[in-house]
Design a binder for this molecule. Structure first.
Ligand SMILES: Nc1ncnc2c1ncn2[C@@H]1O[C@H](COP(=O)(O)OP(=O)(O)OP(=O)(O)O)[C@@H](O)[C@H]1O
Ligand code: SF4
Ligand SMILES: [Mg+2]
Length: 398
């Protein structure tokens, strides 16, 4: 939107009172319209029921655009993101801070901060069986409440803030079961909670059942979070930096536990992390994000043994390797473009050490360089087949 690009003699980043009023008016108009459309879509199941492109996927993200309508303009946090999560697999999502990893997962859970945060374009298809899918972008809140915590659950980064400090552990695990399985008796709920606590490796399950979160260590609390997330045997577990708050040995235990439990209940994991070591250990597929877009995706083997996008290559170089002596770890020069005012060429161009003549053109397409490996970079134009273009949503046309 042109008003967001306004620069005046007060310097970059200055917004006059008049522009600020214009932005607020525009935001109110757009978010009101989007909220109304969401309400209308909820009345007709046809509008949010769709079909999976591939029934072997649990979730398909298809050109998803999630924007925040803020006082300084529209932040394109996730802008044309497409990738699949196959059944019974782990998909690692990596990228630097602020690239849109959490917003992608919050869009899937419909947990965006509304009304300012809105998924304005694309489809998120969640497999509900028989080839049918729900388009989460349009699914009404009441329907979403049946799915959240039940068929898709999330493990957050900080277990102390995710657990309620005034309720006992047992009550907090029971609550999920009571909500999604009203047919269970209180005795059955308690038995299942104790079973879950045992499953996640808590030895003193009866004692912990009656404890408050502050009585547990960080690792124990994260185990409880996993018990809550897995209580209803979800088809998809989203783990957003599940081990960042834990020390390395506990981190390894929690990741082993997650992997083991995933196989026990045949679910898939969407694992969000900065830590390439964690991804290398856990993931079957890797999606690399940069500035709200997917710049490379493939199997873990593709990404770790044949990284192709200059950003992924930089990420790999900046990873410390045990036993390798280096003077200084590599860092990628420059910084991410302003999310309110993205360039119309490759978002990585201003930091790229491998750019060529073609890079002056529009944002690069998605190029398939093997059956499983896709990269958005002009360097591969001759070596692969163009399979798509990430598309932004024009907010002025909403
Ligand atoms: N509520 C919000 N209002 C405005 N902008 C937001 C909001 N939440 C996120 N953003 C913006 O969206 C972009 C993506 O944020 P996100 O939290 O997804 O990053 P991330 O990749 O998860 O980073 P990290 O690794 O630090 O967790 C950032 O530019 C952020 O500033
Ligand atoms: S398209 Fe060009 S500028 Fe962008 S990452 Fe590839 S080589 Fe670098
Ligand atoms: Mg995050």
């Amino acid at each position: 939107m042109s008003i967001f690009k306004k620069k005046d003699n007060k310097g970059v980043g200055y917004i006059s009172a008049k522009t600020s009023r214009k932005i607020s008016k525009f935001n109110r108009k757009v978010t009101k319209k989007l909220e109304r459309e969401r309400e209308d879509a909820g009345k007709d199941p046809e509008l949010y029921t769709t079909t999976m492109k591939d029934p072997n996927n649990v979730v398909e993200f298809d050109n998803v655009c999630t924007y925040f309508f803020t006082d300084i303009g529209t932040v394109r946090a996730v802008d044309g993101v497409s990738f699949d999560v196959p059944k019974c697999s782990t998909v690692g999502i990596v990228g630097e801070s602020g690239c849109g990893k959490s917003v992608t997962s919050l869009s899937l859970m419909q947990l965006l901060q509304r009304p300012s945060g809105q998924t304005v374009g694309g489809e998120i298809r969640f497999n509900v069986g028989d080839g049918k899918a729900l388009n989460i972008v349009k699914t009404p809140t009441a329907k979403m409440q049946q799915i959240r915590g039940n068929r898709i659950s999330m493990i957050f980064q900080e277990p102390m803030t995710s657990l309620n400090p005034v309720f006992r552990i047992g009550q907090q695990v029971n609550e999920v079961l009571e909500l999604h399985h009203p047919e269970m008796t209180p005795e059955e709920v308690k038995a299942r909670t104790l079973e879950m606590l045992e499953l996640v490796g808590i030895a003193n399950k009866e004692g912990v059942y009656n404890m408050y979160p502050h009585e547990l260590s960080g690792g124990m609390r994260q185990r409880v979070m996993i018990a809550i997330a897995l209580a209803c045997t979800p088809e998809l577990i989203i783990a957003d930096e599940p081990t960042t708050a834990l020390d390395v040995t506990i981190q390894a235990q929690i990741l082993d536990l997650l992997r083991e439990l995933k196989d026990k209940i045949n679910s898939s994991i969407m694992l969000i992390t900065h830590d390439l070591g964690v991804v290398a250990n856990m993931a079957d597929y890797v999606v690399v994000m940069y500035a709200g877009r997917v710049i490379e995706k493939g199997t873990a083997e593709d990404i770790f043994h044949n990284p192709c996008h200059p950003y992924t290559i930089g990420l790999m170089k900046s990873k410390p390797v045990v036993g390798k002596q280096v003077e200084e770890l590599y860092n990628i020069p420059g910084s991410v473009p302003n999310p309110v005012n993205m360039p119309n060429y490759c978002y990585f161009k201003d930091r790229c050490e491998m750019q060529c003549d073609k890079c002056k053109g529009q944002y690069p397409p998605e190029i398939r360089i093997s059956d499983t490996h896709i990269v958005s970079c002009y360097r591969f134009m001759e070596q692969g087949e163009v399979v798509g273009y990430p598309k932004s949503t024009n907010v002025e046309e909403l």
